[in-house]
Design a protein around this ligand. Structure first.
Ligand code: AR6
Length: 182
């Protein structure tokens, strides 16, 4: 069985050639700024039409649509990250849940590759040093619990600082108890 590759890249998530790209949405699922705005612009108005049928999404959960005008992907998975400081200490669990639910949905829809943005670290204010560790731990736990279900999981960092922060977190988290990369 080929192990799942977990890769940090720098770039624009709308250009990633993967089966599913993840959107850091809000609870309305009707668009916004940041990566949400970029995905809706790239996908075109049909994405908003489909999103209107979903009746929103709670924080920490995820819903799936087609990718519409984003030709190199098949699906967009819309997840709603926590707003930092607004969930009475439940922020880390909610953020981990965004990653776990998105991965689960991807596998349930036959996706073998998925790209995530840095959920909650823009408008929602989550410090990227903390969020990167939560993200990569949730991805590692899913991949270990579901071997062979995915070929590739990407984190797409939008800035050089985010890229370096996720690479550092990856080095720390993907090391087993014997000190080897896991
Ligand atoms: N590709 C990859 N990453 C991007 C892109 C892109 N094209 N554009 C921005 N980012 P944010 P949040 C990065 O604010 O914090 C929206 O209005 C960005 O630099 O998009 O979860 C929604 O509608 C940052 O590192 O999402 C919600 O209301 C990361 O994506 C709210 O913002 C996340 O920043 C969600 O806030």
């Amino acid at each position: 069985m080929t192990p799942t590759e977990i890769r940090i890249v720098r770039g624009n998530i709308t250009e990633r050639p993967v089966d599913a790209i993840v959107n850091a949405a809000n609870r309305t699922l009707l668009g916004g700024g940041g990566v949400d705005g970029a995905i809706h612009r790239a996908a075109g108005p049909e994405l908003l039409v489909e999103c209107r049928t979903l009746a929103g999404c709670e924080t920490g959960h995820a819903k799936i649509t087609k990718a519409h005008g984003i030709r190199q992907a098949k699906h967009v998975i819309h997840t709603v990250g926590p707003i930092f400081g607004k969930h009475h200490g439940a922020e880390a669990g909610l953020l981990a849940s965004c990653y776990a639910e998105s991965l689960q949905l991807a596998v349930a829809h036959g996706c073998k590759s998925i790209a995530f943005p840095s959920i909650s670290t823009g408008a929602y204010g989550y410090p990227v040093e903390q969020a990167s560790r939560i993200a990569l731990t949730a991805i590692r736990d899913f991949v270990h619990a579901n071997p062979g279900s995915l070929d590739l999981v990407e984190i797409v960092a939008f800035s050089e600082h985010d890229y370096k922060t996720y690479r550092q977190a990856q080095d720390e988290i993907f090391v087993d108890s014997a000190g080897n990369n896991a």
